[in-house]
Write a protein that binds this ligand. Sequence first.
Ligand code: NAP
Length: 593
Amino acid sequence: MGEETGNFAEIHRKYREERDNRLQVEGRAAYVLPEGELADKYDNDPWAETDGARDPVSRDIEVLIVGGGIGGLLAGGNVRQHGVPADEVCIIERGADFGGTWYWNRYPGLSCDTESHCYLPLLEETGYVPKEKYSHGPELFEHCQRVGRHFGLYERALFQTRIISAEWDEEAMRWIVVTDRGDKIRARFMMMCAGATNVPKLPSTPGLSDFAGHSFHTMRWDYDYTGGGSEGGMANLADKRVGVIGTGCTAIQCVPPLAKDAKELLVFQRTPSAVNPRGNGPTDPAWAANLKPGWQMHRMENFLNILSGLDEGEDLVDDAWTRDFAAVTHYLDEHADVPPAERQELLDMQAMEKVRARIDREVTDPATAEALKPWYGLMCKRPTFHDSYLKTFNRDNVTLVDTKGRGVERIVADGIVANGELHKLDCIVFATGFYTGGGMLGNWGFDPLGSAGERLSARWAREFSTLHGIHVSGFPNMFVIGSSQGVLATTRTYDMMIQTELGARVIEHCRNEGLARAEVTPAGEQRWQEEMAAVRLDLKQYYLDCTPGLFNIEGSEFQIWDFYYGGGPVQYRRVLDDWFPTHFERDMAVKRG
Ligand code: NAP
């Protein structure tokens, strides 16, 4: 690999330096969940038109779906397509409408970060083709509503409602679910689709309650304060000095419109993002008019296989995600003698050097350009995509406050202290992401009680095992969507789609065969643990060089991938297809009723 890899040692040194900077201040990685007065301020619902007060309902139904985001809509759409009538499906959702992350996030500049033709759920079924390659927020939210209407999911949905308990009743062979609105639902099947992106997280910075100006979280954007809407036009900021904390995927999208509208904008950076080109544009009507049945699945799998390093021949999506991966795959085909570790380095080298070179081209001030450069590998953090974020730092009213991995130090009455200096502000925008610290059960907000009288938290503390990440022994007729031991596809719709489809087929089978109860056996779970172990990705060495983040669990010795099926998303679908119905009765204990 010769000259191409000549800089590896120096680059590794810089990667280590970036990681060490970020690790040097103990506790800075920590986040807090908004509770008490912080919850009223940062975890409110700015979009609901009423407080949702209504009479409690009491129902017997076939399928209860927890969460009305993309996962819940996929579950609803799939069970409807597999024979469950609309009045037998109830989605319980905390927001006042469907959409999940697209309900909560409405910040200016919001857009899909993978191609919308792959990402948006159930496009063929609803007959919709997105207007742009990367849909903006309103189109994403509207499509969620379209799916809800198309499958009749609004009829029985309970919005602005939280589940407080779910217990398996062995005699009735149903889940008994109670909500904070006093509802009591007796459901034959329960699909858990609560997702991991419904609660805002705040940095554990001292002084969170001390700021005397205005502040809000990006996933609860306060247009009453800023004026304008998702297209920008935030006229009320024309005389304001605004600070944004965070430079992840969200900040990359909302910083450019903020810079346009605010008098002054200060961007507080802990770790720079890798910002790749976006190249958005309208959908070609001729292409849309000629789509053949099965096109969306074909396109998703082409995209995901390229990202898994497979040679697909053609690159249907052809964007910054796929180009780097496709280029490396082709290189490897021609250099089959190159050892795998060097192949990985080559991929990083090419992709990240391109990202850093783009910064030099686009940012005029050399010191700012240097501060914006990400010194870590391609797979350390989720890449971001934007065509005007970097150029935003050429504006006179925008300042990058680079904290070199240390983060902001303190929030005080009149602003933010960073690098020992007070930056006075009228408004603070927290672009600090979603809370995942409570694990999956934290996101659900309740802890199911299974058939043996054991809570799911206790069961998983004792032994974390599932079949396919979906079925858990001791928890009959329950389907967990988006869990560990499943897959984490780059376009999340894919993994939720195949899991909810499997769930819908199992439910259909149980209904057709008169099975009242289906529960995975411990032997079935054990088989999956062995299958997972056989394809486990060992990325420990790679992540040792990474700056802390979600993928290495904030610089821990573990990586998020340790907890997922390592064979890749498309292979995972093959596994599920092979399993059902062939091995269903081998791995599931069933009871008629
Ligand atoms: P995030 O990735 O968790 O980023 C949080 C940001 O806050 C990071 O830049 C973090 O810095 C920074 N931060 C935290 N504490 C700080 C402190 N004390 N001082 C300064 N900075 C601090 O959140 P996100 O950008 O909202 O993204 C969350 C998830 O949503 C991502 O997985 C992303 O893929 C997804 N997302 C998707 C889309 C889309 O599809 N359109 C859009 C937005 C987000 P460090 O980097 O140093 O930790």
